[in-house]
Design a protein around this ligand. Sequence first.
Ligand SMILES: [Zn+2]
Length: 344
Amino acid sequence: MAALLMSLLYQLDQTQWLTPEALFAEQARQLRVLFAHAAASVPFYGRRFAAAGLDPDAAVTRETLHRLPVLRRSDLQSAGATIGTTALPKSHGKRHALETSATTGAPVSLYGTEITGIFWRACVMREHLWHERRMDGKLAAIRPARPGAAMAPLGLSSDSWGRASGALFPTGPAVLLNAASPLPAQLDWLLRERPTYLISLPSNLAALARLSVEEGVSLPGLEQVMTVGEPVTAALRDIVRQAWDVPLKDSYSCEEAGYLAMQCPEQEVLHVQSENLLLEVVGNDGRPCVPGEAGRVLVTSLHNFATPLIRYELGDLAEVGAPCACGRGLPVIARVLGRAPAAG
Ligand SMILES: [Zn+2]
């Protein structure tokens, strides 16, 4: 596992510099394998390819993609078990249930595999490397947790950052606090724990940073703030900088497809994790958005052969960015704008 992860990280280190065209060519090769697999072993997709008049074994172009219908959450719900493969290739390892926390509608049963797990871990590591994190630092998380669990004043401690980060390198300790803890108690906890890195929801971070400014409290030892779960605004970056004099490093992920995008090491934009998925941003007419335009986010998970997700509409709106000044060919999301209005 560690060797596989190491070689994948090495590959990611190379592919980030490919041109957008070369990246799409790599994706198209993988999509061809995925589409053939999905059409042959997933009844739901067998019907979709037939209805679209597409040969699932043919080479994949952008035109192929646009002819495939968008996969909505309601499609997943009504498809039930027919969205899963009847023949998972052995090389993908065991499948495991993916948690989805969406609260509306019927539950959806989705599965990941050992391969999707390795890509998730590789993206976690890539993010640490991009942002030059010291793995021996202390990581503090303030997140929603079970009612009553990990509450202030103590929270919870563990001796490592977790499975993904610890797979290759030993890490420093981690501490967790329930985001339902009162704000002043969160700030006291941070002052006692003195973390190197802090991860929380943007809304919680904004409130914490404002309180710090009001109380004139700084967080010595803190080097970066990371966010999860909600869109980041320029105002949040400003108040975090003002309160604690540290940069904010954003990332964009979902339970269904893992890492979608993460902040560039040099600029305040997000780079799509094109080795993990194809991410499209489309307007109401279904055409791809150009830099400066916002549209709906569709994701196609390149390596999930257990529950193939092809043009899955996450329900988020995002703005496409211009090619990044850093030179990476990974496509750019200028910003995530939050939930899209419900589709008609
Ligand atoms: Zn960049």
